[in-house]
Design a protein around this ligand. Structure first.
Ligand SMILES: NC(=O)c1ccc[n+]([C@@H]2O[C@H](COP(=O)([O-])OP(=O)(O)OC[C@H]3O[C@@H](n4cnc5c(N)ncnc54)[C@H](O)[C@@H]3O)[C@@H](O)[C@H]2O)c1
Length: 250
């Protein structure tokens, strides 16, 4: 699959992340099919896409998207309760809850219906991509890749593309190109057994552990740790709940 062949995007799990992924793909001109498991979940996604804090309506109000483009994007998104609704998709993002067995099971189901060559991109926060691919057929392993976005997807530009030894260069290139077409800044990360968190979450986790140790050792209070990170490194928020910026604590 090359970037020019990607026309229709599938999203498996239309929650916080899947809804945001659907939105950025639709705004970039792709037809998008979102599969979730209940009518309530689909209604919530539709509502968030249109009227959520980071939804299309607010983007128009903030002058980020013009009205006609917003309407066209909304019309490009459709919803389904059936896995088979993703059968025509060229690139399928997975954004179901962060449970290894659930992800392995949905990928197995997806493997049975997706078209040959369709790329599977998991938005896991940190599971080893090769573990997620455990139950798909050998033919799917080359097209199974990690696509880790940051929340909220419509505004955060980061995208980690996590490649495995099974991926072909075409699949890596198409995944990076798709990320860039939907407005993201791509960092390439090697899938690594027995780790969790790729790049962003590993570094953040290490910093958070150090912050907790500093507090535990009585070196500084939680408030002073947060204040230093917000005022010294321009972080929008600290580890312990303080927030920076105009009208905030500091
Ligand atoms: N929320 C974040 O800040 C964030 C950031 C980066 C990555 N992630 C990762 O993204 C993934 C999704 O997280 P989220 O916060 O969007 O979760 P969420 O709970 O908001 O959404 C998950 C959606 O998946 C649906 N779902 C459950 N089982 C399904 C199935 N079998 N088929 C289709 N849909 C199904 C649920 O109904 C729900 O709508 C997780 O792997 C998470 O670790 C989350």
């Amino acid at each position: 699959m090359k970037i020019e062949d990607i026309r229709t995007i599938g999203v498996l799990g239309g929650g916080v992340m899947g809804g945001g992924i659907a939105q950025v793909c639709a705004l970039a001109g792709y037809d998008v099919v979102v599969r979730d498991i209940s009518d309530d979940a689909i209604s919530a996604t539709r509502q968030a896409l249109f009227d959520g804090k980071w939804g299309i309506k607010r983007a128009v109000e903030r002058g980020k998207v013009n009205f006609d483009d917003a309407v066209a994007a909304m019309n490009r998104v459709s919803f389904t309760l059936d896995m088979s609704g993703l059968a025509g998709c060229d690139f399928i993002f997975e954004a179901v809850p962060e449970k290894l067995e659930l992800k392995q099971a949905v990928f197995k189901e997806l493997d049975a219906i997706a078209k040959p060559g369709a790329i599977f991109g998991s938005n896991t926060s940190g599971f080893v991509i090769q573990d997620l691919a455990r139950d798909v057929s050998e033919a799917r392993k080359p097209v199974f890749i990690g696509m880790h976005f940051s929340n909220p997807v419509p505004t955060m530009r980061m995208l980690e593309v996590i490649y495995t030894p099974d991926n072909t260069q075409d699949v890596i290139d198409a995944s990076v190109a798709l990320g860039e077409r939907i407005g993201k800044a791509v960092s390439l990360v090697k899938d690594t057994p027995e780790t969790y968190g790729f790049l962003l979450n590993r570094i953040f986790g290490a910093a958070r552990r150090e912050a907790m140790l500093i507090v535990e050792q009585g070196i500084a209070t939680r408030e002073d740790v947060d204040k230093a990170m917000i005022t010294g490194r321009n972080w929008p928020a600290g580890f312990f709940g303080s927030r920076g910026g105009i009208g905030k604590e500091w």
